[in-house]
Design a protein around this ligand. Sequence first.
Ligand code: AMP
Length: 140
Amino acid sequence: MAYDSNNIFAKILRDEIPAIKVYEDKETLAFMDVMPQAPGHTLVIPKSAAENLFDLKMTVGAAVLATTQKVADAVRTAMQADGIMLNQFNGPAAGQTVFHFHVHIVPRFDTVPLRKHQGKMERTEVLEGHATKIRAALKS
Ligand code: AMP
């Protein structure tokens, strides 16, 4: 499948639709997942076009991993998570629904069960609250 530049994350990158952003640099962007599997669920994407792992340039992959480590550390601190789970899906059969490469950063808590992938939309004010904490942890 060729990269579709009208996918929702490409639109976020062009500022055509809003996103609750927590971090960005030249090559990557991190923002809150609107249907979080746990409080603080964050996505990291490359700014350049790549549908999945198989067409991701490895120099870009390195930048995505660096941002993932930085943001995951901030999510862990901000949300006081007991652990951090990373998910990355390639192809519909694997659960991919947005066809722009992304890494899910999902905080895990000993006593909080994981919510369903693509479950329920979270309220914007709740996502903003989590983003504020994550941005603060990134600065500290
Ligand atoms: P995947 O199923 O791995 O392709 O993940 C796509 C993720 O993007 C899901 O967890 C969705 O909840 C999330 N998502 C979809 N649309 C948006 C959006 N506009 N802003 C933030 N997250 C989104």
